[in-house]
Design a protein around this ligand. Structure first.
Ligand SMILES: Cc1cc2nc3c(=O)[nH]c(=O)nc-3n(C[C@H](O)[C@H](O)[C@H](O)COP(=O)(O)O)c2cc1C
Length: 202
């Protein structure tokens, strides 16, 4: 269409800035996916985005585990639900007892982000890497969701079994995970933003 600017095209001038900032606001947690597997080039771009996150002193204290085996993803979900059922927190218990609930939302790809326990602030760096993946997924037109429920498995008696099965290196702690796939259905609306949360001292 004449005069229309594709949102993914880089243009000179202020349009570039606004399109990039809009991307951040447009990202939503996606919890319904088509059956299609993530394309390899998209997966690699998302992982690379993670690896370019800031880290203390450039320590890059992360390790990424990409799981594209649906049975294994389901196993991790079920093992996490088992742990959730034994928690004292009501909403976790309820999810653990819900036969319909899949901790990774039936996504075809899950990436677990583990942090080097010897590095100070590894958790913060891994959180930055996780957010980079969500933004990269949005940019590439994929759906993604930050998922911590699915890591409850590592708190239970099966934790070490799965740590070994997944090849998570010794000294690294699974901290966050991201589901990836192609969105099925509409994108959810963003919740209204809180106000009165900025103090300016000038
Ligand atoms: C640390 C953290 C843990 C989260 N864990 C889960 C999770 O286990 N399952 C899930 O569906 N969403 C999870 N989320 C996603 C939030 O529910 C989501 O970001 C929030 O509802 C706001 O929605 P939005 O991402 O669309 O803006 C998590 C987000 C963060 C930052």
């Amino acid at each position: 269409m004449k005069g229309a600017i594709h949102p993914l095209l880089l243009q000179k001038g202020t349009m570039i800035v606004s399109a990039k900032l809009q991307l951040i606001k447009d990202r939503r947690s996606i919890r319904a996916y088509t059956g299609e597997q993530v394309q390899e080039r998209d997966l690699q771009a998302i992982l690379e985005a993670a690896m370019y996150a800031p880290s203390p002193g450039g320590s890059q204290p992360w390790f990424f585990t990409v799981i594209q085996n649906r049975e294994l993803i389901k196993e991790l979900s079920e093992a996490s639900k088992e742990v959730a059922r034994n928690k004292d927190i009501e909403f976790l218990k309820a999810l653990g007892n819900n036969p319909e609930f899949h901790a990774f939302h039936n996504a075809p790809t899950v990436i677990i982000v583990s942090g080097d326990a010897r590095e100070p602030f590894a958790t913060a760096a891994c959180a930055a890497a996780t957010q980079n993946m969500l933004l990269a997924a949005e940019f590439l037109g994929l759906g993604a969701c930050w998922v911590n429920f699915g890591l409850l498995v590592f708190e239970g008696y099966k934790g070490d079994i799965y740590r070994e099965k997944l090849g998570i290196p010794g000294g690294y702690k699974p901290l966050f995970s991201v589901t990836l796939g192609y969105r099925r259905g509409d994108k959810p609306q963003a919740a209204p933003r809180k106000s009165n949360i900025v103090n300016y001292i000038r």
